[in-house]
Design a protein around this ligand. Structure first.
Ligand SMILES: Nc1ncnc2c1ncn2[C@@H]1O[C@H](COP(=O)(O)OP(=O)(O)O)[C@@H](O)[C@H]1O
Ligand SMILES: [Mg+2]
Length: 258
């Protein structure tokens, strides 16, 4: 059944069973996301955002309900099949960057390709990694290790790694949670640019300022969707960086790092 949705959840529930306890983390979510959307998923801690993202990212399966990804029902797939879909269609960005330490930016970015079914030569891997690192503003830093990079640069390496397999969807769980506000805007500028180029983005954030860069905001509470609306006055990260309206939160103008 094709209704144009890239992601379609139908009455999805997720119950965690820990010993005698059952935690209903997601309690009946139905959600459609079309190709090219940029969605911010919001809600208080414990509202079920990460659980939903794990399902969307094929890292976990719903306890009940259906998940159609690109019109294929993925809710019944086994671990290996889910891993295959994940590698081909989805890129992940996390709050803590999750880079391998003592490993260069280039090798971190190459990693998903090493596990992919396409068999590229060493030179092809390097060429592809360097191209995607350059696209996120890291030309010249290919040989740097994470400890030699700032938080914002580390997150760019993580974005490059997420993009290397040319995924349809980028899933980001609190991608700016460990970054100062100017660096957060730089990361949002990259996300908006990627979204302009057609990639679908689903991003968890608890910050209203960050959600304003998305096109749509979905709010969760207690495992349910409470509210879902288009962003009316969208923030433009590139414009803010250019005209200098972006500065560290709470900092007086004179103390700007610009
Ligand atoms: N692996 C798990 N085992 C048991 N309970 C979990 C697990 N992961 C999350 N939960 C519980 O599910 C609920 C939703 O958690 P989560 O999806 O992480 O929310 P959020 O990302 O919005 O903070 C919380 O009550 C949390 O404690
Ligand atoms: Mg979470």
């Amino acid at each position: 059944m094709n209704n144009g949705a890239l992601v379609r959840l139908v009455d999805v529930h997720k119950v965690y069973k820990t010993g005698e306890w059952e935690v209903p983390a997601v309690r009946g979510v139905s959600l459609e996301i079309k190709r090219g959307e940029f969605v911010a998923l919001m809600g208080a801690s414990g509202s079920g955002k990460s659980t939903l993202m794990n399902i969307l990212g094929c890292l976990d399966r719903p306890s009940s309900g259906s998940y159609f990804l690109d019109d294929a029902d993925v809710s019944g797939l086994d671990r290996d099949q889910l891993a295959d879909i994940r590698n081909r269609k989805i890129g992940f960005v996390f709050q803590n960057f999750n880079l391998l330490p003592r490993t260069s930016a280039r090798e971190n970015a190459e990693l998903p390709l090493v596990y992919s079914t396409q068999h590229l030569s060493h030179a092809q891997l390097r060429e592809k990694a360097d191209r995607v690192l350059s696209s996120v503003g890291l030309a010249g830093r290919e040989d740097h290790h994470p400890s030699q990079l700032s938080g914002g640069q580390q997150q760019r390496v993580a974005i490059a790694r997420a993009l290397i397999n040319e995924p349809e969807i980028l899933l980001a769980d609190e991608p700016t949670g460990n970054l100062d506000s100017r660096t957060s805007i730089e990361i949002m500028a990259i996300f908006q640019q990627l979204n302009e180029r057609g990639i679908t983005i689903i991003m968890v954030t608890h910050e209203q300022d960050i959600a304003a860069y998305a096109r749509r905001n979905v709010f969760m509470r207690d495992g349910l969707i409470l509210n879902d609306h288009a962003v009316s006055q969208r923030a433009n990260a590139a414009a803010q960086l250019q005209n200098g309206t972006a500065r560290p939160q709470g900092a007086p103008e004179a103390a700007s790092t610009l």
